[in-house]
Design a protein around this ligand. Structure first.
Ligand code: T5A
Length: 213
């Protein structure tokens, strides 16, 4: 019996199918009879959700990139201290829609902020806590943005130029190739059913390793 829950994070550019495929992961965890919670970033607690609103809404004043970065880590500190750490310690798994890889991809690769600064904040806020498994949905951002557009009005971050999201995608691809043991890169350009099957096969594989420990 594991003493600690596993921490699984889901990543990808806008419209890559995170929400769609989180349902596949939930179904999978239920089949394995694992207790889990689903949460998201930025957000996941009352205070962190208020910070999310501030981050995603349009403002008359331009938000400085460092302000954006600090707000994201402020929300993360709140989320970790009031929800994630305690849940994992109780042995419950945590499924989180985005986490710090999104910060490296969006604020690092996308906005061009110094990666060293991000990793300093990561250490400050998370100490040694890192995800056990990260699923990254890889998709051409022009396809993802079109999917997001069809859903309604774009928020402040979704309204960035296409080149921004191309850098974000490359940021994610670099993380996946650097940290292959932790990350699963899923081709999200396929049909919903094919993505579902690839994801299930990849999870099956990893889960054997986790639960066989
Ligand atoms: N952010 C976040 C940072 O900048 N830094 C950080 O550190 C963090 C944590 C949060 C925003 O905050 C930024 C990144 C984001 O801009 P979010 O709530 O995570 O935003 O939301 P989005 O990325 O905007 O999530 P979306 O809901 O837009 O995208 P999903 O969840 O990836 O996509 P999903 O599943 O809703 O699918 C979109 C549409 O495509 C269809 C779906 O039915 C849906 O209509 N679809 C497919 N269509 C065809 N083929 C497939 N295979 C499909 N899969 C899904």
């Amino acid at each position: 019996m594991r003493r600690k829950g596993l921490f699984i994070t889901i990543e990808g550019v806008e419209g890559a199918g995170k929400s769609t495929n989180i349902r596949v992961i939930e179904e999978f965890l239920s089949e394995w009879k694992l207790d889990y919670i689903l949460t998201r970033e930025p957000g996941g607690t009352l205070i962190a959700e208020e910070i999310r609103e501030l981050l995603l809404k349009h403002h008359e004043e331009k938000m400085d990139a460092t302000t954006e970065l600090l707000l994201i880590f402020a929300a993360r500190a709140q989320h970790l201290s009031t929800k994630i750490r305690q849940t994992l310690a109780e042995g419950t798994w945590v499924l989180c829609d985005r986490f710090t890889d999104a910060t490296y991809a969006y604020q690092g690769a996308g906005r061009g902020l110094d990666v060293k600064l991000i990793s300093q904040l990561e250490r400050l806020v998370q100490d040694n806590l890192r995800p056990d498994l990260t699923v990254i949905f890889d998709l051409d951002p022009s396809v993802g943005l079109e999917r997001a557009r069809q859903r309604g009005q774009l928020d402040r971050i979704e309204s960035q130029k296409l080149e921004f999201f191309q850098r974000v995608r490359e940021g994610y691809q670099n993380i996946a190739s650097r940290e292959g043991d932790r990350c699963l890169l899923i081709d999200a350009s396929q049909t919903r059913e094919t993505v579902r099957q690839s994801l299930r096969a990849a999870l099956e594989n990893r889960m054997q390793a986790f639960l066989g420990e």
